[in-house]
Design a protein around this ligand. Sequence first.
Ligand code: ANZ
Ligand code: ZN
Length: 821
Amino acid sequence: ENTYDFAALEARWPAVWDELELFKPLDDGSRERRYVLDMFPYPSGDLHMGHAEAFAMGDVAARWSRLQGYDVLHPIGWDSFGLPAENAAIKRDAHPAEWTYANIETQAHSFKRYAISADWSRRIHTSDPEYYRWTQWLFTRFFNKGLAYRKNSPVNWCPKDQTVLSNEQVINGACDRCGTMVTKKDLNQWYFKITDYADRLLQDMDQLKGHWPERVLAMQRNWIGRSEGATVRFSIEAADDRPAHDVPVFTTRPDTLYGATFFVVAADTQLALDLVTAEHRGALEEYREQVKQLSEIERQSTEREKTGVFTGRYAVNPLNGEKLPVWAADYVLADYGTGAIMAVPAHDQRDLDFARAFNLPVRTVVDTGAEDPAATGTATAGEGVLVNSGELTGLDKPAAIARAIELLAAQGTGERTVNFRLRDWLLSRQRYWGTPIPIIHCATCGEVPVPDEQLPVTLPEGLHGSQLKPRGVSPLAAVEDWVNVSCPSCGGPAKRDTDTMDTFVDSSWYFLRFITPDLETAPFDTDAVNRWMPVGQYVGGVEHAILHLLYSRFFTKVLFDLGLVNFTEPFSSLLNQGQVLNGGKAMSKSLGNGVDLGEQLDKYGVDAVRLTMIFASPPEDDVDWADVSPSGSAKFLARAWRLGADVASAPGIDFAAGDRALRSATHRTLADVPELMGASKFNVVIARLMELVNATRKAIDSGPGGSDPAVREAAEAVAVLLGMFAPYTAEDLWERLGHTPGVATASLPAVEQDLLAQESVIAVVQVQGKVRDRLTVSPDITEDELRTLALASEQVSRILDGRGIRTVIVRAPKLVNIVPS
Ligand code: ANZ
Ligand code: ZN
C-alpha cells in the first residue's frame, strides 16, 4: 500500500508511543538534563489554533533536545482554578469543577492527538487538593517570613465581576476579563511583598539578557520602574484647628527645590483628610467624591483639565524656608512615592498645567536655554545651569542634584532614595474557585497560619450555581461550618480566612511541581529540582511578559532565600511564539474569522497542521492562516513518506559507497540544522528538508536508483529530522525503512566533514557572447582566479587567434565574457 493516509497513522501510533514510554526522562545522570516547558494551558474549552501554534513550537524544542542527546523533561498540566469556571458554573447552575475537569479531559485528548511529546505521567492540575495543599504550604512560608501580609487599602474593583483586581489585571482602566471600567473600593486584602525584591528582580535580568526577548526584558524593567532621586521632608505648619505635620515627598529633581511654588497631596488619601482645615473640608470631601468616579487612566491623562482644592495649609521648603500652599489634587497618585509632591511648574509639565489652572507662580531655576515656561506653557526638563537657587546657583543639573542632597542630609530633612513603580502583589480574591488562604483569624492570637498537618484547607463542596454569585465577600463566608474552627494556637473559637488566592499564585511554582509531581511530603524535592531547573527553554505568549513571568521570578527568589532551591532565575531561555491570525487579524467571534482547530486536523491531518504552523514563519512571528497552505504541507508529507517504498536496501548498510552528490546534500543539511535550530529558525529547517526530499526522489527516479546506499542515508535523515515537526509521518516512514518504532529517540546521524565541501560548479567562458569553453570550478572561486583560468583556456586562445583583449567581464563562479580588441 503506497497511499499516504494520515488518519490511519493517527489511529495507530499514539498507543505505540504510550507503550514505549518514549517521553519519560531517565533522570539517571547518563545524559545531560534539559527541561523544556510550555506555559501550561487554562482549560477554557477545547484546544484552539493559538494552542496549536504555541504547543507545536514547544514540542519542536523538546524533540530537538532529545535528538541532541539530552535527557528531556517535557511535562504538561493545567492551570485549572479561575473565574471562567466559576462564571460558567453560575450560568449553568453547576459546580466549577464539572466544567473544569470536563474541559481538561477534552484538551488532554486533543493534546494526545496533536502528538505533544509530553511525559503524561507528570500531569498536574492546580485545582486538585494534592496540588493546592502545597500552594497553601508555600503561602504559610511566605507568611512566616513576613512576605504575606494584610492591609486595608483602596483596591481596584470590577463592578461587574464583583471582584478585586490586581494592577496588572487592569488594562487601560478596564477589567481585563470583562472590559468594565474599574473603580476603587476599600478592603482588607492579602498582599505578597514583591517590592522587597524589586532590586533583585531588576539586577538578575542580567542573567537573562540575550536569552529572553529584549522586549520582554524591557517590559519587566519598565514595570519595576526604578527611579533614583531623593526623599525631602517638608514640614506643614500648624493652622487654626490642625497641628504641624511632617510630610515627605519623593522627587527625581531635588536640584529644582528653589523652583517649588506649591505642594500637592493626593486627594484620595487619609493624609489629605488629616491636613485639610475645617474651612476647606467640605470642598475636599466633595472633590474626593468626584475623584472616585474616575478611572486610573482618566486620572493620569495629560489631556484632562487639572483639578484640585486648597487645603488651607502651608508647607515649609527645607532649603529656603519659603511657604508653599498645600493643595489636594488627583494628578498626584496615592500609591506612588509618598503620595505627595513638591510642585515645580517651570520644570514639570503636570505641575505647570496645574499652576496655570489655579494661577500659581512659575519660577525658572534651571536655565536650559529654552524660552520661559511661564510664557510658553511648556515646562523645560533638560540639562542646564541652576539660577535663582541660593547655594545651587551656577551648578549644572547633576552637580546641583548631588549638592541639594548633601544640604538636605546635613539638615536631616532628606536623603538619596530609590523609588520603584512596582507595587506589592494583591493576591486576595473574593471568589470561590481558587486556593483558600490558609490563615485562621483568632481574637486572641491574631492571624494564625494553618499548621502543615491540617493542610490542605479544601474548598467546601456544597456550593454551586447562584451561590457562587459575586457579592463583594467571598462565597466561602456563607459556609458557617467551614468558616468556624478552633484556633490552632490557643484552641479558642476562630474563623477561617474566606478569600482565595489569585490564580497567578498557582502558576508561580507549577514548573517545580512537575519535577516530583506525586511527592506527598513537600511541594517538591529540592535535590530533584536542583538537578532539572532552571527550565532550559520556556515557551509561551508575550501576553505573559509581565505578570506570570515576574511572579515566577519572585517566587523563585523567595524559595532561594528559604534554602529550598539553589538557583535564582526559573527560566534560562524564553521563546514568545507569535499569534495565529486569519486575514491579517486576530481570530475573534465578532469578526467571524475564527478557524476551528478540530476541523483543520480532520481535513489535513495533525502533521500537516503542525508543519504549516512551523513552516509559515519563524516562531516569534504571527502566522496568517489565510496565507498558508496546509494542503501543500500534506503533499510534501506524502512525498516524504513515499520515499519509504522506494528505498531498496536494508538498515545498517554502509553508506560510504553511496552516491556522493546525494550524500553531500544529506550531510550539508545535517551540518546546518544545529545552528538553525539553535537560532529557532524552525521554518528554514523545514525548507531544507523539502530540498532533501526532492534530491532523494531525484536520485531514486533519475539517478543512481533506490538501492544506492545514499538514498537510504538521506531517507533516514529525513525521517529523524522530520520527526520534530510531523511525528506521525516520520514514525511511519522510519518503520517503512525497516526500523523499530521510536524515531523520536533515534540518534541524530553524525556529520561527515569530508562530505560537506560543495560540489563543483560549471563556469561558462564566452568570447564576444559565444560559449567557447566550460570550466569545472569551486563555487568559492574568486574573480581573479576565474579570470586567470579563463584566459588560460586553450579553446579561448584558439578563438582569439592572437588578437588582443579589450575587456574581461567576470561573474564568479559561473560566467566569464571576453571581448577582443
Ligand atoms: C519635583 C520635580 C521637578 C519632579 C521636576 C519632576 C520634575 P518618576 O520618574 O516616574 O519616578 N511624583 C512623585 N510622586 C508622585 C505621585 N505620587 N504622583 C504623581 N507624581 C509624582 O517620577 C518622579 C517624579 O514624579 C517626582 O519628581 C515628582 O515630581 C513626581 F522638574 O518632583 B518631581
Ligand atoms: Zn488563638
